[in-house]
Design a protein around this ligand. Structure first.
Ligand code: ZN
Length: 237
């Protein structure tokens, strides 16, 4: 039976902040733990979106590339989609939606998987550029990020709300990515306006944190915890 109450995360955001961009888990293994999710690919090569068991990366060039099971990822979160509640959205912005969800769902202390399918009158994204060794830290790597915008685009928003308590392991608050229906536009979402869409939300009961224990760089890394909050806010919001 599919486990639909668990968020499975490989790697931590703190590892990316520290410049650990090497892929450490094959996508094929990640997808055993979920068919829906977000993350990044080896060498921080783009914004990853997983919908219906297929992963794509949206690269800094804007190009969308389907990923094969042998692709390794340094950081990703997945779950098996099983919408507990779906409803229609019309004309709402991402900020309005966040406020509505927080007011109605009392979600501050839980992980929530979100998927929105439909048409968006506006979608504004960005995508990180692939990095080369020696890797910089995340703040430096994300200082320049290409942005993309489309109007009247149909597709899927996939992402999570995570309790702020877990900032560091992941991004506290909402973190969501987009991919359009024709699979040639997407990225890390900056803002959007829904035209008409269906939203499903899934409150997740467990969070499994998987670590790349055989990666020697990870094992030896000294994480700068004092500046972690600031670094994440700078790179991810
Ligand atoms: Zn992102």
């Amino acid at each position: 039976m599919r486990d639909t109450i668990t968020l499975y995360q490989h790697g931590t955001l703190a590892m990316l902040v520290a410049g650990l961009f090497e892929g450490t888990l094959p996508l094929g293994e990640l997808l055993e733990h979920g068919d829906t999710g977000i993350g990044t690919a080896d060498s921080l090569d783009g914004e990853m979106v997983i919908v219906d068991g297929q992963a794509y990366k949206v690269q800094g060039s804007g190009k969308v590339v389907p990923l094969t099971p042998d692709t390794k990822v340094p950081f990703a979160s997945v779950h098996f989609m099983d919408a507990q509640e779906t409803r229609s959205l019309v004309g709402v912005t991402d900020e309005q939606l966040k406020e509505q969800l927080q007011a109605e769902m009392k979600m501050d202390n839980v992980f929530v998987g979100v998927r929105i399918d439909g048409t968006f009158s506006h979608m504004h994204t960005r995508a990180v550029n692939k990095q080369v060794r020696p890797f910089p830290n995340l703040t430096a790597a994300t200082r320049v990020q290409p942005e993309f915008e489309q109007d009247q685009v149909s597709g899927s928003v996939v992402g999570y709300f995570s309790p702020h308590l877990f900032q560091g392991a992941t991004v506290g608050g909402f973190h969501w990515h987009f991919i359009n229906t024709t699979r040639d536009f997407g990225g890390h979402i900056l803002d959007f306006t829904v035209n008409q869409a269906e939203i499903s939300v899934q409150v997740l009961e467990n969070m499994v944190q998987h670590l790349p224990i055989t990666n020697t760089e990870f094992r030896a890394k000294n994480m700068a915890l004092d500046s972690l909050n600031k670094d994440i806010d700078e790179a991810e919001h």
